[in-house]
Design a protein around this ligand. Structure first.
Ligand code: CIR
Length: 254
């Protein structure tokens, strides 16, 4: 039903880019174990996991989400805002070319996939340190023929739009109102993270299940109170690399 592109955790992950997070030692063995559990969860939820080639010397290469945004009609190849991450992209282009027409965000515009949140025909794009207005304009031009509306959303105090808000269920977003303005999301149900869990807004909905990090039990309870089925996964090691659950896969309808 779904294909999930993933890539192994590189041994260089301790040299990853960091913007809003202080560097802490990453337990590589534990990171591999958690990533394996993540992939097994995706399989349980109906994904065929396809492994991209390992890139051991690219510290952020496990965060495949940033390299592309895939729609049913087209794959849009990103141009990551961190120059150190641009070499991650070609293998993602190769993999996606088997499934979709691919289109590119042209430089000097920059776009990280973590800044793009798709809810039906609405595409929210973060105005962040990684993604700029030129990329938003190009994305809108690429998608207008398919009936998508692209809406630029400022984000503050976090890396990506999807650090601040993600899809928890159809027409339902989970968000941290300190990082993104709730009024920007008109006409959808909003669930706020528990205030004691500011980084809990990154969840990954696949089919009728939503994956959430075990570190955020209070936000999980809020989702469940809204009737959302939640499975919790440990994601402590990618969190130290400023990553979360959506970042580690590109999921597309087969
Ligand atoms: C970076 O700064 O690019 C990585 N250390 C973390 C990227 C996380 N990706 C994501 O949220 N989509």
């Amino acid at each position: 039903m779904f294909i999930a592109l993933t890539r192994g955790v590189p041994p260089s992950i301790d040299r990853c880019e960091l913007t809003h997070v202080s560097r802490e030692p990453i337990d590589f063995a534990r990171a591999i174990e958690q990533h394996g559990a993540y992939e097994r969860a995706l399989v349980r939820l109906g994904c065929r996991v396809e492994h991209l080639p390992e890139l051991p010397d690219l510290p952020d290469s496990v965060f495949v989400e940033d390299a592309a945004v895939v729609f049913d009609e087209v794959a849009v190849i990103a141009r990551p805002g961190a120059e150190s991450r641009r070499a991650e992209v070609p293998s993602v282009v190769d993999a996606l070319s088997a499934y979709r027409d691919v289109r590119f965000i042209d430089g000097p515009a920059t776009l990280d996939g973590g800044d793009v949140l798709v809810d039906r025909r609405r595409v929210y794009i973060g105005a962040s340190a990684r993604t700029n207005a030129d990329a938003a304009r190009q994305l809108a031009a690429l998608l207008s023929r398919f009936g998508y509306t692209v809406i630029a959303i400022p984000v503050r105090g976090c890396l990506h739009l999807k650090s601040a808000v993600t899809l928890a269920a159809p027409e339902t977003l989970v968000l941290n109102p300190d990082l993104v303005e709730p009024a920007a999301f008109d006409g959808v149900q909003l669930i706020h993270v528990d205030p004691s869990e500011p980084m809990a807004a990154n969840v990954l909905q696949v089919g009728d299940m939503t994956l959430c990090a075990t570190a955020y039990p209070r936000t999980r309870a809020r989702l469940e109170a809204h009737g959302i089925r939640v499975e919790a996964l440990d994601a402590t090691e990618v969190a130290k690399a400023e990553g979360a659950l959506t970042c580690c896969s590109i999921i597309l309808r087969a």
